[in-house]
Write a protein that binds this ligand. Structure first.
Ligand code: FES
Length: 425
């Protein structure tokens, strides 16, 4: 375990404040705890501060302590104890945590750290020249069976070799953390034996779908599932629709309920979570949920919107849905849609705007938005149009994309740092 100290004063910002959305979230989080026990919110608040600025600053520690009426030293103790808190600026594209505990060490983690030293920086907790990558050695991350492994932000990458790790670092540098699928980096199904299942292979009830080794390897070819999603059931039953915030009060017939609960996880040979949602599917989901047709459809949830071909969605939002479609679909007039351009030779990295991830960047591209200057030029109506299109409920204004884009358009990352006092990410 390395010594964990706050970053030197020269890189510490003078102050810290949660942005408006995080401030509201923090107040709600504190309220979850009984009176007199509000200090229990210290870890989530520090995590949110880190997600906002990329690392935990001294000012953030003091701000959280003030919010929770705790002595600064108590919050400092928490922040310096847990390696999940970064106490110095980290790479804007990826901060790589290499497990160096015994199982990973025996399986080659030292060679992985040599790769970090060569490709990122000879010392941990230092960013590379471009400021995009950094690394550190950490204790066991709980995936020893797939040793050696690393963690980047919230995802783990396992069964690594130095060669594969070098490729991954190049990919992180080029495309950020989403450029590499998390999970085992070899042909292996999660933490199943490398040679396939060795026990209970005939037990259909145990292996659920009766998957044998051949099917397991076919599944592995579909690509690994992010650990954070691995326990989610593969079903399109309305109860699992993330757009439905609370159980529906509408009555559902037992037959429909039964049909929904035994829905096969695959449709037409395509994994359900990979299949493109369709208008028909949305209608079916709505019927299952028992909502009347004119009620706001779950089809508008951001997840569904983003998972759907943009063209189809734009059609609906413009009120040109298929014949016989929803009468009460909220319409988003094209009048205020920002004008798009053909993809230029040099495309700006819109992900540097805080609040824009790879998915949102892809949607902006589909709207013909490729440059900071385009975003910087949005008027209020255009900003609201995009906000409505993304179902962001005012997030673009809260995160001040326009100001961020103006700074990036004017002077790139240097200007952004001058204006906001932190690196863009
Ligand atoms: S020893 Fe590396 S994950 Fe446990």
């Amino acid at each position: 375990m390395s010594v964990r100290r706050l970053a030197e004063a020269s890189v510490q910002p003078a102050s810290f404040a949660f942005n408006r959305a995080n401030e509201a979230w923090a107040k709600q989080t504190i309220k979850k705890y009984p009176k007199g026990r509000e200090q229990s919110a210290v870890i989530p608040l520090l995590m949110r501060a880190q997600e906002q600025d990329g690392w935990v600053t001294k000012a953030a520690i003091e701000h959280v302590a003030d919010m929770l009426e705790m002595p600064y030293i108590r919050v400092l103790e928490v922040a310096t104890f847990y390696t999940q808190f970064q106490l110095k600026p980290v790479g804007t594209r990826a901060h790589i945590q290499v497990c160096g505990t015994t199982p990973c060490m025996l399986r080659g983690s030292e060679a992985l750290m040599d790769v970090c030293k060569r490709k990122i920086h000879p010392e941990q907790f230092h960013v590379n020249e471009a400021g995009t990558l950094s690394w550190e050695e950490v204790e066991c991350l709980g995936a020893c069976v797939n040793a050696p492994m690393i963690m980047v932000f919230k995802d783990t990458y396992e069964d690594l070799t130095p060669e594969r790790f070098e490729e991954m670092i190049d990919a992180f540098e080029a495309g950020g953390v989403d450029a590499v699928e998390p999970g085992p980096q070899v042909d292996r199904f999660f933490s199943a034996p490398m040679t396939g299942f060795t026990a209970l292979v005939d037990e259909k009830s145990v292996l659920k779908s009766g998957r044998n080794d051949a099917k397991a390897s076919a599944k592995a070819k579909e690509g690994p599932v992010a650990p954070s999603k691995s326990a989610k059931p593969k079903t399109d039953a309305p109860e699992t629709n993330p757009a439905i915030k609370s159980p529906s009060r509408a009555k559902v017939s037992p037959a429909k309920e039964a049909a929904a609960s035994v829905k096969a996880p695959r449709e037409n040979g395509v994994a359900a979570d990979k299949a493109e949602p369709t208008v028909e599917k949305a209608d079916r989901q709505r019927k299952h949920s028992g909502k009347p047709k004119e009620a706001k459809s779950a089809f508008h949830a951001p997840e569904t919107l983003h998972g759907e071909p943009i063209g189809a969605d734009r059609k609906r939002l413009s009120g040109k849905a298929k014949a016989g479609g929803d009468k009460a679909q909220p319409l988003l007039s094209d009048k205020n849609r920002p004008s798009g351009i053909e993809k230029p030779a040099a495309v700006d990295d819109l992900k540097l705007i805080s609040g824009v991830g790879p998915k949102i960047e892809g949607i902006l591209h589909s709207l013909g938005i490729y440059t900071y200057a385009q975003v910087a030029s949005w008027k209020k109506a255009e900003r609201e149009w995009v906000d409505g299109y993304l179902r962001f409920h005012g997030r673009i204004e809260r995160e001040d994309w326009i100001k961020q884009a103006k700074a990036l358009a004017k002077g790139g990352e240097a200007e952004y740092i001058r204006v906001f006092g932190k690196t863009p990410r």
